[in-house]
Each structure stands twice: as structure tokens, then as C-alpha cells.
Write a protein that binds this ligand. Structure first.
Ligand code: AVI
Length: 325
């Protein structure tokens, strides 16, 4: 049999094909929508990093404060292996290791991300720690968890990290399925640390997702720019406005792109040609917000028992440490 070579160009064209298929499928649904993970191309990821530094988006700073304050309890000396899903720049994992102090045995750090450059950046910020082995997985979270689940030794005690309120970007069904996938990669007594943004006054939520500097608007509009760049689309960016809405009934912030006028749009590589009316929206992201007891329930439904929950009351953020049952 002829071996199949996976070259960078075949990976690129396969992922471009999937992008084109998704753009066609989701933009022709009612309401029109686009999967939020496509917000994160190189420029989108840089804009997200900038969002995390904005005074109106306090999630990252609140979570970091909680990690620093409770590092010893989270990363107790019995933990031998940590897996972080979406390590970003590695700053949170670094804070945890630094805060847990010295005098522990060797620590294996598995970091999972689809982006090679994110893994490289996180590895660079972690490699200064002594007694640490970094294992990057250039995978989706699900594929990384599966790989991690298979490779275990008897004496290991594992801690999984899913931070940054990334769980908020799943719909409720996807959220529960995902938490069960995390649980399946762990053994009883292993743990999961979940960082979740809490419900707070609407005014604060809207400022976090529609900031006065327009960084979140640029992050959202970049999705149309990405379609133009990668799939030969002809979206006129001036023809759309970023909208953030609080959907109280579903307890979620929704990001949309509103068409400012009636306009025709063509995306050549998706074979797509359609008309948007004035005021019509493309739904690009949901960010669910929770109350602390709801976080406990979602973890319990997925095979975990909560060991501790720490809350930053100033910015409304919760870190929940749960044990696999
Ligand atoms: C990555 N995720 C948790 C962010 C959030 O808050 O939902 C993405 C984001 N969207 C707009 N601002 C930040």
C-alpha cells in the first residue's frame, strides 16, 4: 500500500475545505450563523489576547488572582500530571506552578491546542521551571484528551485545567458532553479545575463584550475579513456592525454581526451567493454565564464531586475544583 504523506499543504487545504463547508452550511441556516472557533485565526487570536487586557473584560485577571491565591490547594503535592486544554500563553499554568511552591516531585505538563504557535509560546513560558516535562498535543481538545486518556501509568494523579470560561462558549448539550469527555480521560481521585464567568449586571456584561475601544468589534468583524482572505469572499466590512446582546432567558451573551443595509454577498470558495436584508444578523458566538450552584450541578451530572469553589466577588468569576468520582 502506498503510504499517505501528510504535508503542510494538504493539511491547509483540508482545513480550508472544512472552513468552506461550514461557512456554506452555517450561513444558509436561519438564523444565519458562523461557528465561533473560526474567530481564532492569527489576527483573531491576537485580538483576543488584547481583549483579555481590556479594563472592561475582567475575566482573565480575576481568574489569575484566584489561581495565585489557591495554588497550593489546587496543585497539591500528590498531583503528578497536569493537562491544560487551551493553555494560551502559558501564563495561568505558570502562575499555578509558581504559587504551589517548591519541594514537589517531577511534574508532567500536557498542553493541548490546535495552534502550533500557541503550544510553542506556552512551552517557552513553562520551560524555566525545574523538574517539569512539557508534552504538547497539537490537537482539538477532544483528540488531545483521548490521546492523554490512553497514555497513563498506575502511579499517576492527574489534574485537568479548563480555564478562561471557555466552557461558556459551549451550548448546554455540548457542555455536558464535553465535561463527560474530560471525565473519561481521568481516573477516580483525579481532578478538574474549571474557570467560569458568573452572571452579573447586564451593563457590566455588555461592556465586556462591546468595549469602548472597539477591540471586541474588530475581533468579531475579523471573522468576515478571514472569510474574504481565505475563501475569496466579498463581505464589505463597513456594511456590518458588531452587536453584543444579553439573552437573559438563556443566560448568555450573544455576539452578532448586523447587516447595515440590504446587500449581496458572494463567497467564491464556498460556492455561496446570498442576499442579506437591512438589520439581518449573523450570530457568531454565545458566551453562557452561570451561577455558582449551576457549576456544581453541571459537574455532578458529568461524574465529578466538587471539592472546593472559590469566587472572586469583585469581578464575578468562579474557580471550581472537582474530583472525578
Ligand atoms: C474564549 N471565550 C471564553 C471568550 C468569551 O468571553 O466568551 C471569547 C470572547 N468573545 C468576546 N470576547 C471574548
Amino acid at each position: 500500500m502506498t503510504p499517505t504523506l501528510t504535508t503542510p499543504s494538504t493539511i491547509t487545504s483540508a482545513s480550508r475545505c472544512r472552513f468552506a463547508d461550514d461557512v456554506r452550511d452555517f450561513l444558509t441556516q436561519q438564523p444565519r450563523q458562523l461557528p465561533s472557533h473560526y474567530l481564532y485565526d492569527e489576527l483573531g487570536s491576537a485580538l483576543f489576547e488584547a481583549i483579555c487586557r481590556l479594563p472592561w473584560y475582567p475575566l482573565t485577571r480575576a481568574e489569575l488572582r484566584l489561581l495565585e491565591a489557591h495554588a497550593r490547594e489546587i496543585l497539591d503535592p500528590g498531583v503528578t500530571t497536569v493537562i491544560e486544554l487551551g493553555p494560551g500563553s502559558g501564563v495561568k499554568l505558570s502562575a499555578l506552578i509558581a504559587g504551589a511552591g517548591t519541594g514537589r516531585g517531577p511534574l508532567d505538563l500536557h498542553i493541548v491546542d490546535v495552534s502550533r504557535s500557541a503550544l510553542d509560546e506556552a512551552s517557552r513560558s513553562l520551560e524555566g521551571f525545574e523538574n517539569v516535562r512539557i508534552v504538547p498535543h497539537e490537537r482539538t481538545y477532544e483528540a488531545g484528551l483521548e490521546e492523554f486518556g490512553h497514555a497513563r501509568s498506575v502511579s499517576e494523579r492527574r489534574l485537568a485545567l479548563f480555564l478562561g470560561s471557555n466552557i461558556g462558549n459551549f451550548d448546554p448539550q455540548g457542555r455536558d458532553a464535553f465535561l463527560r469527555t474530560v471525565r473519561a480521560a481521568l481516573n477516580p481521585r483525579d481532578a478538574l479545575l474549571l474557570g467560569v464567568d458568573l452572571v452579573k449586571p447586564e451593563r457590566e456584561l455588555l461592556l465586556a463584550y462591546d468595549d469602548p475601544l472597539g477591540v471586541t468589534a474588530a475581533f468579531n468583524l475579523n471573522l468576515l475579513a478571514r472569510i474574504n482572505r481565505e475563501l475569496r469572499g466579498d463581505f464589505d466590512l463597513d456594511g456590518f456592525t458588531h452587536r453584543a446582546l444579553w439573552n437573559e432567558e438563556s443566560s448568555r451573551i450573544e455576539m452578532h454581526l448586523r447587516s447595515n443595509r440590504r446587500q449581496s454577498i458572494r463567497v467564491h470558495e464556498a460556492g455561496l451567493d446570498f442576499v442579506m436584508g437591512e438589520g439581518e444578523m449573523i450570530w457568531t458566538e454565545s458566551s453562557y454565564k452561570y451561577d455558582p450552584p449551576e457549576i456544581v450541578s453541571m459537574l455532578e451530572r458529568s461524574g465529578f464531586g466538587v471539592r472546593a469553589q472559590w469566587i472572586d466577588a469583585v469581578d464575578g468569576f468562579a474557580l471550581t475544583l472537582a474530583e472525578a468520582l
